[in-house]
Design a protein around this ligand. Structure first.
Ligand code: NAD
Length: 396
């Protein structure tokens, strides 16, 4: 193995799974958990129970990381691979702190990358340091911490995970090795642009939230009235999802047609195709997009994100990741790319306008991405990409 020492960044569910998995393969794993008091809590949890345990359906692994620290300097120097597992809004801060500490030639893995991570990679001049960026389309596991620092449970594993790479030539062997550590198959996408445009979370989450906001807004609901998130997709919401997906495919085609680079972007596929490829026989009735959501066993029972408003009263959650992550680090990035290739996106615009109003934010204003809160997004224009060619060159 060429990977010997891993630094994990973050302190959430994914870190509680990655750490024991990699440690069980004999690697040195150090965790940098800078958020709040997580490092202290994780260290005391892990030490008091003899390691972090991750529980799969048929087995458990329990391992103790070498170092768990709130400081990057204790964990990043000397690591062959640095893995960031946090929501996308924490990526910039993490990259900023690790950049001065990493070895040249190191690999930075981000799980999941969401859209536009490539602009931050260039922003910190990581290519000049011969560092390689490996972005995951999603987290390989559906997982939750059961007891902080002590135990996490894995509910499902995505056996194949799409990844994109940038800089320094990531060799096939490296991806095989990383896949062996994670016990999954890594499938390489054509480019980071494919990963950014092919981010299906930017369609599914804002699209379904749009339907829910139109129906319920800030209305109070009883526990029984909270709708199912995926199973409850209406025919109208399915049409919105389909339209967002089609507009993204139109952006893909415009880029392929207008760019002077030879791009195919074949791995940017429709939402329906992605659903069927990802869930296959879990979908009992694949005849339409609506039925594919409503009858997908993997989605069963999951309710819309709500917050408690009072005794027995709930309302849609304005801080849900489906909005605060998938809009600024998803659909808005795609809108920014649409502007660069002069592709109109009326449905995406309508969804953005509705969601930003619900959130009390302003990103899109009179058709341009210059609302007062645009600075909290990852649109390419914020990183100096104001032409299609500049965007494409940053992503391949
Ligand atoms: P999580 O919610 O458990 O972890 C969040 C962690 O990120 C926190 O514990 C903290 O360490 C860090 N963090 C949060 N805000 C921060 C901030 N402002 N500054 C610095 N650090 C901050 O996340 P997770 O479940 O491990 O998921 C990581 C990513 O994977 C998220 O984007 C999530 O949406 C996605 N995801 C998770 C699952 C799952 O089942 N857990 C499945 C698919 C995708």
């Amino acid at each position: 193995m060429t990977i010997k020492k891993i630094a994990l960044c973050g302190g959430g569910n994914g870190v509680h799974v990655f750490a024991p998995l990699a440690l069980s393969k004999g690697l040195e794993v150090n965790i940098w958990a800078p958020f709040q008091d997580e490092a202290h809590q994780m260290r005391s949890g892990a030490e008091s129970s003899g390691g972090i345990e991750c529980i799969f359906h048929h087995r458990q692994i329990k391992e103790l990381p070498t170092t768990i620290s709130a400081h990057a300097k204790d964990t990043i120097p000397g690591a062959d691979v640095i893995v960031i597992i946090t929501p996308a809004f924490a990526h910039q801060k993490m990259l900023e702190e690790i950049t001065p500490l990493i070895n040249n030639n190191s690999s930075i893995v981000v799980m999941p990358s969401r859209s536009g991570l490539e602009y931050q990679y260039h922003w910190f001049h990581l290519k000049e340091r011969q560092s390689r960026l490996i972005g995951f389309q999603s987290l390989p596991w559906a997982c939750r911490i059961e007891e902080y620092g002590k135990r996490a449970r894995i509910f499902g594993v995505k056996k194949t995970q799409s990844v994109a790479t940038l800089g320094g030539g990531v060799e096939e062997d490296f991806l095989v090795e990383l896949g062996e550590i994670l016990e999954i198959h890594l499938s390489l996408m054509e480019s980071f642009l494919s990963l950014t445009l092919g981010n299906v979370g930017q369609i599914i989450h804002p699209g379904i939230m749009y339907g829910l906001i139109k129906e319920y807004g800030s209305q109070e609901l009883t526990l029984d009235e909270i709708p199912f998130f995926y199973q409850g997709v209406s025919a109208q919401t399915a049409m919105v999802l389909e339209a967002i997906s089609s507009e993204i495919l139109a952006i893909r085609d415009a880029i392929v047609q207008k760019s002077s680079e030879e791009l195919a972007l074949c791995d940017v596929i429709s939402l329906e195709e992605w659903l069927h490829l990802s869930y296959g026989e879990s979908i009992l009735d694949p005849t339409s997009l609506q039925s594919s959501f409503a009858t997908n066993r993997a989605y069963q029972g999951l309710k819309a994100p709500v917050v408690k408003k009072g005794e027995g009263a709930y309302a849609l959650d304005k801080r849900t990741r489906y909005l605060v992550e998938d809009l600024p680090f998803g659909l808005l990035v795609t809108k920014g790319i649409g502007i660069l290739c002069e592709q109109e996106t009326p449905v995406i615009d309508e969804v953005i306008l509705t969601l930003q109003e619900f959130l009390g934010r302003e990103y899109l204003k009179k058709g341009i991405l210059q609302g007062k809160d645009i600075g909290e997004t990852r649109i390419p224009q914020l990183y100096g990409h104001n032409t299609l060619e500049s965007l494409v060159m940053s992503s391949i």
